[in-house]
Design a protein around this ligand. Structure first.
Ligand SMILES: [Cu+2]
Length: 367
């Protein structure tokens, strides 16, 4: 447990919360909250990263602990509970909070003699992750995640990358089994694309499934800052189980912008909506550097694909671990009406004493 003298001097600078909430960062909880946020801000040392694999429990049940350390003038337990509950309620009531910018929208290609052409400019923008929290983002076409590419197996596609970043870059098509010279890895398959330069990729779309495109140059930084997006390849012959009412791509990230779902942290994350009886497909993709076990309340998920490959047999779960680089496709039969929490179950990625944040959204099933 930290006491005041051990408290990091800059904690108020790195904890992205309203000033009024800072009073709540007391004793024990500081460890978990501070460390989690440092990682979220990409400022953590390897040591701090190692520590946070821990113990969601380290941040839980701490009220009693600082009760003893608190001065006599401290609020009563019930007043503290009320203050904490009010912050939790405020966060939930704000959901889904409006923020500027929305990524992961369908990318309409332009056609050039039968080739689907995607023009992409890599550039730096200010990106609103949560209401009022703007960060520097490195983006494809100004949004995080990048526009969602949807093509069919056998399509001819071209992607023209213009680099307006202050660093060299390159695009890797993660999961696509391409000819070697289209793989997008500087010094292995192509030269880096220098600032101000353009580079063209062109290929016939091979294997179907949920894939990603992202930077493969200085990538811990560049992907962490937002150079990532989904490339969905529709199969030539869809399976019966793929017939769904809602097809939703959920990209997880844990880089410089904190814990995000499709470029936003709760309460600015987007709820998934369905009508009772409808089927939804969720395509989880992890562009981060940590594992994220995604847990849906109220209904199970049926796993159909891993990294775009059909499972030998669909299988059921309610918590599905998504490791870095992985894509998992699941089907949910929306047979239970209500608003259901849907979140990462590494709890410091989803909740603090101040309420829910980061990797939290909801599945709303309306009767
Ligand atoms: Cu997580």
């Amino acid at each position: 447990m930290l006491n005041d003298t051990q408290k990091p001097a800059d904690i108020s600078d790195v904890v992205p919360i309203a000033t009024s909430r800072r009073n709540f960062l007391l004793s024990a909880s500081l460890t978990a909250v501070g460390a989690g946020t440092l990682i979220a801000c990409g400022k953590a040392s390897p040591d701090v990263r190692a520590q946070t694999g821990v113990p969601a429990g380290a941040s839980g049940g701490t009220m009693g602990a600082h009760e003893t350390a608190a001065p006599a003038s401290a609020l009563s337990a019930s007043a503290k509970a009320d203050a904490m509950d009010a912050m939790h309620e405020k966060g939930i009531k704000a959901f889904p909070a409006k923020t500027e910018g929305r990524g992961n929208q369908i990318f309409e290609p332009r056609m050039d003699k039968g080739v689907k052409v995607f023009d992409i400019t890599a550039k730096v923008v200010q990106w609103e992750v949560e209401p009022g929290r703007k960060v520097e983002a490195w983006t494809y076409n100004g949004v995080v995640p990048a526009p969602q590419i949807r093509v069919r197996q056998g399509d001819r596609m071209r992607l023209v990358l213009k680099n307006e970043l202050p660093e060299s870059t390159a695009i890797h098509f993660h999961g696509l089994e391409l000819p070697n010279n289209q793989d997008g890895v500087p010094f292995i398959t192509q030269p880096p694309v220098k600032p101000g330069e353009s580079y063209t990729y062109e290929f016939t779309v091979p294997n179907a499934g949920s894939h990603m495109y992202h930077s493969h140059h200085n990538s811990a930084k560049q992907v962490g800052l937002g150079l990532l997006g989904a490339i969905i390849v529709e199969p030539r012959r869809p399976r019966a189980i793929e017939k769904v009412d809602v097809d939703y791509v959920m990209i997880l990230n844990d880089g410089a912008h904190g814990y995000t779902l499709n470029g936003k942290g709760f309460p600015a994350t987007e709820p998934i909506s369905a009508k009772l009886g409808q089927k939804i497909r969720v395509r989880f993709m992890n562009e981060g550097m940590m594992i994220h076990p995604m847990h849906l309340h109220g209904m199970h998920m049926t796993v159909i694909d891993k990294d775009g490959w059909p499972q030998p047999q669909p299988w059921k779960c309610d918590t599905l671990n998504i490791a870095p680089g992985e894509r998992w496709d699941v089907i949910v039969n929306c047979n239970n009406p209500g608003t259901w929490a849907f979140h990462c179950h590494i709890l410091p990625h989803a909740e603090t004493e101040h309420g829910m944040f980061g990797m939290v959204t909801a599945l709303i099933v309306t009767a």
